[in-house]
Ligand binder design. Sequence first.
Ligand SMILES: *[C@@H]1O[C@H](CO)[C@@H](O)[C@H](O)[C@H]1NC(C)=O
Ligand SMILES: *[C@@H]1O[C@H](CO)[C@@H](O)[C@H](O)[C@H]1NC(C)=O
Ligand SMILES: *[C@@H]1O[C@H](CO)[C@@H](O)[C@H](O)[C@H]1NC(C)=O
Ligand SMILES: *[C@@H]1O[C@H](CO)[C@@H](O)[C@H](O)[C@H]1NC(C)=O
Length: 174
Amino acid sequence: MRVSSVLYSLVGLCLVTLAASQSSSGPYDSALIGSRHPFYNLTQKLDHSSGDNTTFKQRYQMVTDYFQPGGPILFAQSAEQDIVPVESSDLFDMAKELRGLVIGLEHRFFGTSLPQSYNGSASSFAPLTLGNVLEDAAAFVDFVKKNVTGAANSEVIVQVGSYGGNLALLAFPV
Ligand SMILES: *[C@@H]1O[C@H](CO)[C@@H](O)[C@H](O)[C@H]1NC(C)=O
Ligand SMILES: *[C@@H]1O[C@H](CO)[C@@H](O)[C@H](O)[C@H]1NC(C)=O
Ligand SMILES: *[C@@H]1O[C@H](CO)[C@@H](O)[C@H](O)[C@H]1NC(C)=O
Ligand SMILES: *[C@@H]1O[C@H](CO)[C@@H](O)[C@H](O)[C@H]1NC(C)=O
């Protein structure tokens, strides 16, 4: 995954601002957040670009009800807020027809996906980079492809609006 360094630092700054203004303070459950489907945690590397093995818990959803082997992976990437329940995504409505696997991922530093090392200081925002956000998405998709029988070679369709739309575009450029 290649991201230009200029874009990287610019968006990194925006992310810091956004995260600093977050108001959530988990933990949440599906009843509180309004989803019929359960939430899970994925153990993610805090910094994908270093040899440091520190991890954090990243919240996600995965709905296999409509999936048939070879169907697409319909990925709703959440942006700068708590995870958006999968049912809220248009992808969810398409899943039945497409025989797709619907997955959703919370953005790091939002909702319950806050690293334990976060303490409010500027330096504890260091792992909040565009590169890490995109690597989270890539690692999540890798996990899903291994986790679900018949998904190993599935195409991935990413959808979300606004800042999240940029993430979707950047996530799988080739
Ligand atoms: C996921 O991790 C968060 C943060 O550590 C925690 O509050 C929550 O209970 C976990 N959820 C599940 C389903 O394990
Ligand atoms: C991180 O994990 C990898 C794979 O298990 C291991 O090879 C490496 O030594 C670990 N790095 C540190 C700093 O512990
Ligand atoms: C806050 O976190 C940063 C980065 O993880 C760390 O360097 C610093 O010592 C922490 N500060 C306190 C008061 O725990
Ligand atoms: C597959 O994902 C489900 C939840 O999405 C989880 O409970 C299960 O542990 C995962 N299985 C493996 C082998 O990772």
